[in-house]
Design a protein around this ligand. Structure first.
Ligand code: AMP
Ligand code: MN
Ligand code: MN
Length: 332
């Protein structure tokens, strides 16, 4: 584990930011965190890990539930920390995790703005540095990897609960340690977390091996809309409200379809269009080797990473398909 310590110390600037972050936490009593819209494993895992670590310092911790927590993550420890939005007057400190811009905080945005101090911890290259203190590290595989470094420096034991949440954060955001963002440090951190006797089988079964039948049916329906374009380099599918009704599924159940079509031989860019309503389409993009999809999503005020990004297009699904394909054609 000496190596991890070396990595932490390698970056003096990061050391100082982490020191400052811990200073802010220790000087505060009422500490608020919040999920982002459509929270994922990295967001939820990082929140529960940092939330629990702060709770262990005997602070009042609230994690504001901005959106539904997907069923896959409800087995995680310390879910009691998640609370509905409330109108607390005194927010000493607000910490945003895994949120590239302040609008990602949805209904919690106003709380973040009125807090005495705002810390922004993230790994999105598109991050807008909206905090009083910004710990933004685009080379980190997951926000959970940054939170790991912070907790290591706090006077708090990295217990089984915290380790479980961080493992989930990192495992999900690296596509099970497969994305380019995975480094040897990611594996060193994962090894340290595994040394805390976490129940890996329980994590894997809950996250990767509990697909509902509704979700499975939605996969089938959606794959029936598969369009392969530009000599097999682009794969695109749709999920409409009608399909959700037929399958008794929710939009959350579309998770995983886009990576499935990215994995088709020769596909470079994969795209899924999710119909939130007739004029609002949530787009998810994935790439394999060359294309930086965060640049495409930025054209529609979205964000993300090189290999995984997203945005919302306010138009009907057929127009949204044309608009996004035009942008993909420009870079492929
Ligand atoms: P998704 O396609 O929803 O799984 O998201 C892939 C990546 O893109 C994640 O890192 C998200 O944080 C980011 N992302 C997705 N949608 C948006 C958006 N509307 N604005 C900014 N970033 C987004
Ligand atoms: Mn996220
Ligand atoms: Mn993330």
């Amino acid at each position: 584990m000496r190596k991890i310590k070396e990595v932490i110390q390698m970056n003096k600037e990061l050391d100082l930011l982490i020191e400052k972050c811990i200073e802010y936490i220790k000087a505060s009593n009422n500490i608020y965190l919040a999920s982002h819209i459509q929270p994922d494993g990295d967001n939820i895992g990082s929140l529960l890990a940092l939330g629990r670590a702060i709770e262990k310092l005997n602070k009042n911790v609230h994690i504001i539930k901005v959106d539904n927590i997907p069923k896959d993550y409800q087995f995680l420890p310390n879910m009691h920390l998640f609370k509905e939005l409330n109108t607390e007057k005194d927010i000493d400190l607000f910490i945003a995790l895994d949120s590239g811009d302040i609008d990602r905080l949805g209904i919690a945005k106003d709380m973040a703005l009125k807090a005495k101090k705002l810390i922004n911890i993230d790994h999105h290259i598109t991050n807008e540095n909206f905090g009083d203190l910004n710990i933004v590290l685009p080379t980190a595989s997951a926000t959970g990897e940054i939170v790991y470094r912070i907790i290591k420096e706090m006077d708090v034991e990295m217990d089984e609960d915290i380790s479980t949440c961080l493992y989930v954060a990192i495992s999900t955001d690296t596509g099970s340690f497969m994305y380019d963002s995975t480094t040897k440090y990611t594996h060193l951190v994962a090894a340290d977390l595994l040394s805390k006797d976490i129940d890996l089988n329980n994590i894997i079964v809950n996250i990767y091996q509990s697909r509902t039948l509704e979700r499975t049916r939605l996969f089938i329906e959606s794959l029936n809309t598969l369009d392969i374009l530009k000599k097999g380099k682009i794969a695109i599918v749709k999920v409409t409200q009608d399909m959700l009704k037929t399958c008794r599924a929710t939009l959350e159940d579309a998770e995983g379809i886009v990576s499935f079509i990215r994995d088709i031989e020769n596909v470079e860019v994969a795209c899924i269009l999710k119909e939130v309503n007739k004029e609002e389409i949530k787009v998810s993009l994935r790439s394999k080797k060359k294309v930086d999809v965060s640049n495409i999503s930025l054209r529609f005020n979205g964000g993300g990473h090189k290999r995984a990004a997203g945005c919302t297009i306010y138009d009907n699904i057929e127009n949204a398909k044309k608009l996004i394909l035009n942008e993909i054609y420009n870079v492929i």
